[in-house]
Design a protein around this ligand. Structure first.
Ligand code: ATP
Ligand code: MG
Length: 288
């Protein structure tokens, strides 16, 4: 175990000396609020703006990024663990700047892997993390002990809510849980499925005020996305909405949101000295 940990530390130190991708987890308290559609289309727009993006579907068992893209690949992260193929072999290129890792089925969860699998994952991941500007993790709804260890390690969190009171309440519980895990973790908020003017802004302000009052934490608004029939059409056509209808209201709103995300002060280039996602992940591995 000591040798294993030492090897891992060396590997992570080597990779930390280089510029690494910014890691971002897309989460929600309540299910079905639009995380996967957001993650996919946000990744597409980031890549169209010249960023190199890897979208990692972590909702294993229920993963649907591949379905939303029209089942473009057979490769999944499950092959990485069960067939022991390299990480490169489970990455599918979607366009010049964008690649995906699909969730697949056959593993109950990504987060309860053995120590050997975990070491292999960190080793392999360190080889690819410099090839991207952003690595976006699309997670399932809610949080577990295992996924919370993982969430502590990412650079930023994007929480998706809708204007429904139940969704807002669950988003608050999620943010509270994340805050107790790591107070420093930057949390962005997106309000999806907005039906009227100011509904998104009002929802976000209410959530910001509550978080500020009870947790003394600032959460950053990324903006709102409208409730749109284009989403259902896109899901049915298995084509991302920003590609099916780039001029639709929701595509334009997400484009604006992506531009504002890229210009946010939190989003400045990460100094090389700052602890990387893998630095933090290996601490959990060693500490488990
Ligand atoms: N902006 C929107 N307008 C209209 N419908 C939407 C919108 N966003 C999501 N939906 C609907 O909600 C469904 C679920 O979306 P999605 O799969 O992205 O949610 P999710 O949060 O990833 O779900 P899960 O928690 O199961 O992973 C979509 O298939 C679509 O029908
Ligand atoms: Mg999903």
């Amino acid at each position: 175990m000591k040798d294993q940990a030492e090897n891992l530390r060396i590997r992570v130190l080597q990779s930390s000396a280089q510029k690494h991708a910014k890691t971002l987890a897309v989460v929600s308290g309540k299910g079905g609020v639009g995380k996967s559609n957001f993650s996919l289309n946000f990744s597409i727009l980031l890549s169209k703006k010249g960023k190199r993006v890897l979208l990692f579907d972590m909702d294993i068992g229920m993963g649907n990024i591949n379905i939303l893209l029209g089942n473009i690949t057979q490769r999944t992260i499950v092959d990485f663990f069960q067939k022991e193929v390299s990480i490169q072999e489970v990455i599918t290129k979607v366009s010049d700047n964008m690649s995906i890792i699909c969730g697949g089925t056959g593993l109950s969860t990504f987060f309860t892997m053995s120590e050997t699998d975990f070491e292999r994952f960190v080793n392999e991941f360190s080889k690819i993390q410099n090839e991207y500007d952003y690595i976006i993790f699309d997670l399932g709804a809610g949080i577990s002990k295992e996924s919370s260890d993982f969430l502590k390690c990412v650079d930023e969190i994007v929480t998706i809510t809708t204007p429904e009171p139940t969704s807002i309440m669950d988003a608050y519980s999620m943010i509270k849980y994340l805050h107790f895990l790591n107070e420093q973790l930057p949390v962005y908020i997106v309000c999806n499925r907005v039906q009227r003017n100011n509904q998104g802004r009002d929802t976000i302000i209410r959530l910001q005020n509550t978080v500020n009052r009870f947790l003394e934490k600032e959460i950053i608004s990324l903006g709102s996305l409208p409730d749109s029939r284009v989403v259902l059409k896109a899901v049915t056509a298995q084509t991302p909405f920003t590609i099916l209808n780039p001029k639709a209201d929701i595509s334009a709103a997400l484009d604006q949101l992506t531009t504002s995300y890229l210009s946010n002060s939190f989003n400045e280039e990460k100094p090389v000295t700052k602890k990387s996602f893998l630095d933090k992940l290996q601490n959990f591995f060693i500490g488990r």
